[in-house]
Design a protein around this ligand. Sequence first.
Ligand code: NAD
Ligand code: MG
Length: 403
Amino acid sequence: MKGGAPTSVTVLGATGSIGVSTLDVIARNTDRFRVHALTAHSNVDLLFRQCLEFRPDRAVVGSEGLAELLSRRLSAAGLHTDVRGGTEELRDVAAASGSDVVVAGIVGAAGLAPTLAAVGCGKRVLLANKEALVMAGALFMEAVRRHGAEVLPLDSEHNAIFQCLPGGYRRDDPGASGVRRVLLTASGGPFREVDPAELETVTPEQACAHPNWVMGRKISVDSATMMNKGLELAEACWLFGLAPEQVEVIVHPQSVVHSLVEYRDGSVLAQMGNPDMRIPIAHALAYPQRVDSGGDPLDLLRVARLDFEAPDDRRFPCLKLARDALDAGGDACATLNAANEEAVAAFLDGRIGFMDIGRVLARVMEQLPAVAVTSLDDVMAADQRGRVRTRALVAEFEAGRRA
Ligand code: NAD
Ligand code: MG
């Protein structure tokens, strides 16, 4: 906070699960935070209501047509918000000098360019959009270094790890802090105990019914396949400068221990709390201070027990695919991320079955071996290739299901 003036925040993806939770924390702390800009892809109704409540200077939506619609409604309500539409405007607002903090809450590859734009201006970036790091980790972290940006993780596991690392931790030398490895916890999703044979026929609604968290549909399916943990494995390696073998995934069904850091002396530090995204969001918004998040205090007596188990690789093949992609390097993670977005969308549309997601991804990764990347254009080319290949495979699977 500068001289007592409120910190000015831009929320990319304001209408999503992360965006709504962020605005909830801001509403509880209006003396500390003000909203500079809000963005949404298409949910103009919710964005309109958010603009009425938070009175941002600017708003950005997915198209010029939607921008006109929103602008008219806001004018009629007596607000003079500067409303724009389109992907260039999204990048522009992420980089605008009117905000100190940018919350990267867009889902998927669409978040990469605006998040990088905020990094390029040396802002404090609160990162929920893990796909940006998965796709372009090396370029992303190099841009953070070059522009003096600060990335604070919102993903609950990475926020937990961040909280368990010492001040002055250097991602270019984790050993200097005595860090041996991190333990990334996973809830195991809704299908942790479902008979594997039944997984062939589960519906999108069942896959999105997460036992502990209410989230957007894409990340909910990722949690059910455990691809989410695969993406988070890559996210952890990039954020904290760790080798993939220094990150172990353990299933913890209660989602109370959000992750752990193990030190060379055998000490293991964990961060705990109720599964409520407002807690890591409040932590990152106020860092290094603490503010109210609205989250309930943790009642360990009610939780009563904390269980830990190894992930089941046969049930969750996506986790291994992500580890393989991370080991392969180059554009492999960008390819996998793009293929996953396409395959999840196809599953949500009822075009392929739940277990087909992993099968499609395995085929894509086999057919598109890793290529080195040196620029963002290379990453976007891998993203495109991954999507085209996946759509073709989805069509084959779909035809196979009908036959
Ligand atoms: P969501 O689907 O609820 O919301 C996505 C937001 O992104 C919406 O505001 C939408 O308007 C915007 N958006 C979607 N497509 C866009 C496009 N093409 N261009 C511009 N904006 C677009 O998703 P979510 O659950 O809030 O997740 C957002 C990100 O945060 C994801 O990367 C997810 O992995 C990560 N994350 C979410 C949670 C959670 O609890 N929801 C936890 C950890 C990490
Ligand atoms: Mg997470």
